[in-house]
Design a binder for this molecule. Structure first.
Ligand SMILES: [Zn+2]
Length: 122
């Protein structure tokens, strides 16, 4: 068993991996958030872009994401709080802190992320 990078204490193969590989869709905004974090750890760039809302995609390039994910040492994800984002919701908020080390310095990225369903998927 490989512990999932998102810190869920579940097996990667039963947690974020099926979402990252597109075999399952995230049921909740939190599940998608966790999968996005794991995708950074795994440098799964396609998934990161595909799960970014179309209105935001222009802000990211595959190359930029690849560099950032590879040049960072990912140290853990903490989901601080969630609002909405359940299987019956259309939108949701996930506040999280992602820790990583880049260029020898540790960073924590604290974000309140908005999630919205698009054609039924987060
Ligand atoms: Zn996970």
């Amino acid at each position: 068993m490989e512990p999932c990078p998102c810190g869920s204490a579940r097996d990667y193969g039963e947690c974020c991996q099926p979402l990252i590989e597109g075999r399952l869709e995230a049921e909740t905004a939190e599940a998608l958030m966790r999968a996005r974090y794991s995708a950074y750890v795994k440098a799964a760039v396609d998934f990161i872009i595909a799960s970014t809302h179309t209105s935001q995609r222009g802000n990211y390039t595959a190359e930029g994401i690849r560099k950032w994910s590879r040049n960072s040492e990912w140290r853990g994800l903490t989901v601080v709080r969630t609002e909405g984002g359940g299987s019956e919701d259309k939108d949701g908020v996930v506040e999280f802190i992602a820790r990583y080390i880049a260029k020898g310095r540790s960073h924590s990225h604290h974000e309140i992320a908005q999630f919205r369903r698009e054609n039924g998927t987060w």
